[in-house]
Each structure stands twice: as structure tokens, then as C-alpha cells.
Design a protein. Structure first.
Length: 474
């Protein structure tokens, strides 16, 4: 592995298992009923995966779980630093617990995740939220048993926020939120340093898990009945560059695709800078790899892309998209991310983004008004356009995408898809929601017993953002 990557030793993991037993002993002394934990997750799928490990460790310590914060003996907020709105929600929700903490001083309130890895945020928590007992960063999640034990048994608050490139901790317990679909991190961190993004500063440099560890976990998930497995990384296309010998993400996909079983592989997120023709060919050739490509372009203007430090041009992005469409045709579903109102962006440059939206014809977009992040280069750039004007631009993007989505949905009328049934639908009380290989949602009338299975579903009515269908026997 790269020299900046440290794998947590078995000795260190044994120490955490011992702390887990110590926490359990404290809980047995304090409570007659099983104490409950509440874990609140903000942000990306990587945070969700981290929270599943946090819950796994809490389970080993003897906690049950609840979504009601007023019933919990430990409340953990796993935070996101990507946008200001997410941070404001955290501050508001933590502040609302002050009264509960005063009435229940034995309750432990903890914060972790990307927000906490920023010094100015940690300082604000320390100075303005004195009832918060524990704050820990992204690089020490595996030490939760130790940190929680200290917070429970000492009068002093615990802040553990090491500034390092990060570690890889294998073998942590996990309590998954879903019985049939799973998140599987294959790497951590980011080396891209897009000028608007705080992730490299809070998640550390890129570090890949060993292929053997990924395969072992993947095979366990398949044997346990998981049908949809999503590979996670801040930039999955960079997977394996730090391994010796190196291995590409495409090679990893082919290895996992060759594992026996009835399952579907998804992945996110891909960076256009590192997206290769080989990856697109792998998607087309591997029958268990979903034909859904989430490839954020952020802007359609080359000057803005350069100012963002994205490492590609509009033309390069379109070349990739057109090749993917050539390989996978109508089976391909494309989604993307867009930032509206990047500092210095002009109306004319925004219109380049709008034209790219109309050219790509994605099935879905995740669009955001630029949010300055402390410590990033973009936060120091001149930003003369008002928020009100940026909001108008965003509305134009959303209006264009609504028309595109409706047109894209109509292309699938009468088609039959093998779909994974994900849960309850929204079109009515008796509807279920299923996901196609290309990540489209089809809702149909069905029994809850179908949730977590693959079904053949025919589209009978295309709507704007969802398809209405019915089960067919093929």
C-alpha cells in the first residue's frame, strides 16, 4: 500500500474489543433494561456505511436501537460537511437536545463525521455546546468503544480529532440498515482537491482496501442474501492506484462479477477525470454490473471547470457519455451532479451548463447552489452574483431536467425490466417500488413479500420521474 496508509493492527482491534466489554459492564451497572442508542446520519452513502459500523460496535457493547432521541442513552450524530445547509441542520438538532441532556445527565451526546474534522467546527462545538460529551473525527471511527468508555466514565469531555491521512480498519462489526441491499466501501479519501470541496481535507488521501478483503466481504454479503451491493468511494475510478501490485477499478468489477450468485453490482461515485473507456466497456460486458453511470460534470463551461480544478473539459465529458451510450444504448441510465453559481460564473457560462444538460439528457440530476466551505480555495474567490440570481439559474436547470426526465421515461413505455424490489412505493398504499438495472424506479401493485426480490415488471405508464408498471411472467 501507499506509505501514507496505515492498516489498523489486530492488536489495536483487540484493545477496542476489550473496551467494548468495559462499556457493556458499565451499562449493566447503570441500567436494568437494555439501553438504547440513536444514530443520526447526514450526507453521502459513505457516511451511511460508517454509521452501519458505528451501530455494529454499539450492538457489541450491548445497546439496542431507536429513532427516538428522547429514549436514547447515547445519541450520535454522524455529520456531513459538503454544504452549509447540512451543517445548520446538525447545529439545530444538537441544540434541541440541551434540555434532554440536563434532565438526563447520564445520556452521552456525541458528534462524528466530516464536520467534526474541521477545526473551526470542533471549536464551535466545544465553546457553544458544552453538553456535548464526545467528538471524534473520520480517522478514529474504529476507536468508538474506547472513546465512548472514556466519555461515560470521566467527567472531562472527550475530543479526539487527529490530523492524519487516515487508516483502514478491517473486521469491524456492522449492523446494516437493510436486509437485502448493502454498501461496501472499497476505498477512502480523495486526492482531487476540487477547489469547492472540503472532502480531501476531512477524509484524508486516497487509500484502497486490498482486493482480498473486498472479495471476502462481498462473498459474505452474497451468501447472506444481499441482492444489490453498491461499491463506495469518493472516486471509485482511482481504486487500486496505491496498491502493490496495482489493480484497476475495472479489474475489480470483473472479479466481483465472476462471483457465483444472483445479485447486482452498483458503484459510486465516478470522476470524469479518471473515467476510462475500459470502465465503460466493463459495464457493458459484465452482466451483474448495473448499467447506471453516476458521472458528475458540475459545470458545462471549460473556464469554470478549470477554476473548479476538475481536470477535464466539456468535450472530454461528452466523449465519455457518447461512448457509454454507444456501448449500452437505451439500457444506460446517466445521472450527474451540478453546482450552480460557482464563484465568478457568469450568465453566459451558466448557459453552457444548461446546454450540456440538454445535450446529455440524464435521467436524473442532483443540483445545488454553490456553498462556500471554509479552507477551500473557492471560498476566497470573488463571488459577485447574488443568491437570488443563482436561485433563478437553478430553477432553469430544474425546469429543463423535468422535461428531459419526462421524455426519457416515455422511451420505456411497454418495455419489460428485471427489477429489484426495494420497498414501499409512493403512488398508493398498495404500491411497491422497484429499481431497474439502469436505476429507474418502477412502481407496481404488489405484496410486501416481494420486497428484496428480483421481478420482471412491464412499464404500463411513464410518469415524469417514475414509471408505473405491472408484474409479468417471462
Amino acid at each position: 500500500m501507499a506509505v501514507n496508509t496505515r492498516t489498523v493492527s489486530e492488536k489495536e482491534l483487540d484493545e477496542q474489543r476489550e473496551y467494548s466489554l468495559k462499556v457493556s459492564a458499565v451499562l449493566n451497572q447503570r441500567y436494568t433494561d437494555k439501553p438504547l442508542a440513536c444514530v443520526v446520519t447526514y450526507g453521502c452513502q459513505q457516511n451511511v456505511a460508517d454509521s452501519e459500523h458505528i451501530k455494529g460496535m454499539l450492538d457489541k457493547m450491548g445497546y439496542g436501537f431507536t429513532d427516538d432521541r428522547q429514549k436514547a442513552k447515547v445519541i450520535i450524530f454522524n455529520t456531513c460537511a459538503v454544504r452549509e445547509h447540512a451543517e445548520d441542520r446538525v447545529f439545530g438538532n444538537v441544540g434541541a437536545l440541551k434540555k434532554y441532556k440536563l434532565a438526563n445527565p447520564d445520556v452521552v451526546i456525541a458528534l462524528c463525521g466530516c464536520m467534526m474534522q474541521q477545526k473551526h467546527i470542533a471549536d464551535k462545538i466545544y465553546n457553544s455546546f458544552p453538553f456535548v460529551d464526545l467528538v471524534f473525527g473520520t480517522h478514529v471511527v474504529h476507536r468508538l468503544p474506547e472513546l465512548l468508555y472514556k466519555a461515560m466514565t470521566r467527567r472531562k469531555r472527550v475530543f479526539e480529532l487527529p490530523d492524519e491521512d487516515g487508516v483502514i480498519a478491517e473486521g469491524l462489526p456492522v449492523r446494516r440498515d437493510n436486509d437485502s441491499k448493502a454498501w461496501l466501501p472499497i476505498m477512502y479519501g480523495c486526492n482531487n482537491f476540487c477547489t469547492y470541496c472540503v472532502v480531501p481535507y476531512v477524509r484524508g488521501r486516497e487509500r484502497s482496501r486490498q482486493v482480498s478483503d473486498i472479495v471476502e466481504e462481498f462473498e459474505e454479503l452474497v451468501s447472506e442474501g444481499y441482492k444489490e451491493i453498491t461499491l463506495l468511494g469518493q472516486n471509485v475510478n482511482s481504486y487500486g492506484k496505491d496498491l502493490e501490485p496495482s489493480v484497476s477499478f475495472s479489474e475489480l468489477l470483473r472479479i466481483l462479477n465472476g462471483i457465483d450468485g444472483d445479485f447486482r453490482i452498483r458503484f459510486m461515485t465516478s470522476h470524469p477525470k479518471d473515467c476510462t473507456r475500459e470502465l465503460l466497456e466493463t459495464m457493458a460486458q459484465c452482466d451483474k454490473v448495473a448499467t447506471h453511470l453516476h458521472l458528475p460534470f458540475q459545470s458545462g463551461n471549460n473556464r469554470v471547470l478549470k477554476a473548479m480544478n476538475r481536470g477535464y473539459t466539456r468535450e472530454k465529458y461528452l466523449e465519455l457519455i457518447n461512448y457509454a451510450k454507444e456501448l449500452m444504448g437505451d439500457e444506460l441510465s446517466i445521472t450527474s451532479d451540478i453546482i450552480v453559481g460557482f464563484p465568478g460564473e457568469t450568465r453566459e457560462e451558466f448557459l453552457d451548463t444548461l446546454s450540456l444538460v440538454n445535450e446529455v439528457k440524464a435521467t436524473g440530476l442532483f443540483t445545488f447552489i454553490y456553498s462556500p466551505r471554509v479552507g477551500t480555495p473557492a471560498a476566497k474567490m470573488d463571488d459577485p452574483v447574488s443568491h437570488e440570481e443563482k436561485a433563478k439559474w437553478l430553477a432553469e436547470i430544474l425546469d429543463a431536467q423535468e422535461k428531459i426526465s419526462a421524455a426519457q421515461m416515455k422511451l420505456h413505455a411497454g418495455k419489460t425490466f428485471k427489477c429489484y424490489v426495494v420497498g414501499r412505493g409512493k403512488l398508493g398504499d398498495n404500491y411497491l417500488a422497484a429499481r431497474t438495472d439502469g436505476n429507474l424506479i418502477i412502481e407496481f401493485v404488489g405484496d410486501d413479500g416481494l420486497i428484496g426480490t428480483f421481478q420482471n415488471i412491464k412499464v404500463i405508464e411513464p410518469l415524469t420521474f417514475v414509471l408505473k408498471g405491472e408484474i409479468v411472467n417471462c
